[in-house]
Design a protein around this ligand. Sequence first.
Ligand SMILES: Cc1cc2nc3c(=O)[nH]c(=O)nc-3n(C[C@H](O)[C@H](O)[C@H](O)COP(=O)(O)OP(=O)(O)OC[C@H]3O[C@@H](n4cnc5c(N)ncnc54)[C@H](O)[C@@H]3O)c2cc1C
Length: 511
Amino acid sequence: MSTSQTDPSAIYDVFVVGGGINGCGIARDAVGRGYSVFLAEMNDLASGTSSGSTKLIHGGLRYLEHYEFRLVREALMEREVLWRNAPHIIWPMRFVLPVHKGLRPAWLVRLGLWLYDHIGGRKLLPKTATLDMRTDPAGKPLKADYRRAFEYSDCWVNDARFVVLNARDAADRGAEVRVRTKVLRAEDENGVWKVQIEDLRTGEQETVRARYLVNAAGPWVDHIISGVLRQNDVHNVRLVKGSHIVTKKKFDDPRAYFFQNADGRIIFAIPYEEDFTLIGTTDQDYDGDPKDVAISDQETDYLCACASEYFAEPVTRDDIVWSYSGVRPLYDDGASKAQEATRDYVLKDEAGKAGAPMLHVFGGKITTYRKLAESALEKISDTIGAKGRPWTHAEALPGGEFPADGYDAQVDRLVADYPFLERGHAARLVRLYGLRAWNMLGKAESTEDLGRHFGHDLYEAELRYLVDHEWAVSGEDVLWRRTKRGLHISAEEAEAVDGFMQTLSEAQKAG
Ligand SMILES: Cc1cc2nc3c(=O)[nH]c(=O)nc-3n(C[C@H](O)[C@H](O)[C@H](O)COP(=O)(O)OP(=O)(O)OC[C@H]3O[C@@H](n4cnc5c(N)ncnc54)[C@H](O)[C@@H]3O)c2cc1C
């Protein structure tokens, strides 16, 4: 991937700080309208909050209780738009919400779900149903006390890949995307931004000029304002940590569970990566460095206890195979509890000293990233002149150029074209890469043609593809973000991947 120096006399239209879902979404929308775009990410794409989510494309049933109707409606409407745009990495999921005596009454939950079904332009997703848990298979892994449940629709997303595919599309359309590239300083020089960046792998620094600066640094957004723009101390975001545990599979049903807790919060238990269950999340104010965020013992115990309130077989620490945490960069609206702070996004535009314009992005959901990008583009267009029209609602992300219900047909086609692939392997490749799986496999006629084997169904061809097309640099990028093969391979195999990635990365740096 590109690590070349830019032409120092070039002036980009838009410079984006941050390669999370919001930065990549804005870069993609902007370049597709005809603006020239530069994006810098200091670590890996999606290495911040955007790979630490619950991975739902959802309206947010719980936000109805906080009267966030605008957000819920917009998010509900986005579910089918995004599913159509990326049917490989986004798919519908049904959620089973057991009625719990002493918590929200059934009529209130049903009312919320009625709204959920009706305010969001639902066309393809099935509506809410009522389940008798004594006979429905969803009742089997739960305690016998849960006799009734509601089943509703939302969608699932592979969050880390969602970010990378937005970056890939932006780059395919002409954006310059740099990873491991930190923005050190941004100065307004006669109405143009002079942005100093450093390649953290080589230590090389360079200056990039741009007419408009977008601060999409997620949990670091205030740090950009104070540290990079050198403005006075600012406190716009409320950092709220959320953690998840991944356990051995707790149930076989393809549906997910939505569990209400006695503290008024909710958690999800979701089928994950074939052999696992994903359980989360927590909500805790956080004042550490976002890069150091990790689950605490207290959060682990909380998640085990909440899930054990429902599952007949309790969830214990011994079941846990992995955990991850993320920091929500919520707009600080002064709410007293972390769980009550608004999940809606806020865009603030202002000008530097000589009038060079900039935009700060606060809050937001993965689900609403595309609408957030459209709102950002309205502000950019108003300031530096309009180019193009909104377009992202109807354009597939890379590899997703097939019908929303066409996943199985693509797996069949891949197996027919590459008969040496096991069906599970083919299914995984279509889930991650969609139609680009064919680019990765190229002329391969046997597993030997895929190169070195790194364990499970991971081969050299996939690593090379991820380096050449998806900005992967390290073993972690490959095993925990571009794929989740880290869950399936041994520590020795992971070490071998790391070593191989280092060799590829050195070779790339050397040119
Ligand atoms: C626990 C949890 C669960 C969630 N669940 C969901 C869910 O199910 N559905 C949903 O829709 N949303 C969910 N969200 C919300 C969603 O994940 C976030 O709103 C979203 O990922 C924020 O994206 P972002 O691009 O703003 O920030 P980030 O993804 O953090 O991206 C910001 C990037 O900026 C980079 N950066 C910072 N400083 C610099 C610099 N100086 N130079 C270069 N780069 C820099 C960082 O490295 C980082 O990669 C959840 C969030 C959390 C924490």
